[in-house]
Design a protein around this ligand. Sequence first.
Ligand code: UDP
Ligand code: MG
Length: 323
Amino acid sequence: MVVNAVNAKYSVIIPMYNEEQVIAHTYERLSKVMDCCGDTYELVFVNDGSRDRTMTIMREIADRDPRVKIIDFSRNFGHQVAITAGMDYARGEAIVVIDADLQDPPEVILEMIAKWKQGYEVVYGKRLKRHGETAFKKVTAKLYYRLLSSMTSVDIPTDTGDFRLIDRKVADVLRGLKEKNRYVRGLVSWVGFQQTSVEYVREERFAGETKYPLKKMLRFALDGITSFSHKPLKIASYIGFALSLSSFLYLFFVLFQKLFTSRTVPGWASIVGVNLLFNGIMLMLLGVIGEYIGRIYDEAKGRPLYIVRQETGYARLPGEERE
Ligand code: UDP
Ligand code: MG
């Protein structure tokens, strides 16, 4: 018998990008945990343009288990977009987002559900420790989250990832936020509601390697800051102001020297030096502005956030449309 997704109480969203080495195992462990909660559930796997056998493996699993749904993207759209798509498709009353690599232990979901039953609308996982990640990643992550919270007025909790449970209500609000450069964990904080955390130890990746190379990580970090803060732009204008003021004072000094002293100014080196410095700063500030304009441009184009090649496990109900 096909369990109707509409009735599922819980939806678990699992974004996957080239996870052939872990995905079968993840499915086993997740379904074991979810079986324990004694309610109906669906597992929404979002295939973010994997180029390996992830999709083949998942199709086999979906054939056997009607609770498994697959959203197959036409290409790689990125982790945050994959999560967003999962939320668009999830039908549960409570929705959990979890990584495919078992770094977030599925058992913690049961604790999240317990908190949800107490009435919390968002339960996020707070990482007490991170195993098996490079010192570089740990240090940069720590610094970054501190920087982010100092820059934004939205209270984005430190040391949390996207491993969290959200209530249907919250998911519906999130679906209405159409911004393209998505920083889901920030958006979840931004929407408010009754939030709490459960603590957990982040495990080592079960197999395979990180799908977040430095370039993606940097882009993600910038998205976080630009989505929730105008401070870099403000800092740009502060620096501009400070520089103009000091240049002005210096100009007075030069004029004074010229008019009232007989000292000639030998300063070729200083002129070149100041020039280089100022040009550097100007270009950097232009870059900051460019980052924002680029994002405005992305929004203005109004392209869809993602393109789905195929949905598996969704028996469309008559008359049902999806946005
Ligand atoms: N992921 C994705 N699309 C991407 C990169 C990653 O869907 O472009 C998924 C990946 O399969 C995993 C999750 O996002 O389920 C987190 O990625 P990863 O474990 O590589 O990141 P890390 O834990 O190293 O930060
Ligand atoms: Mg990981």
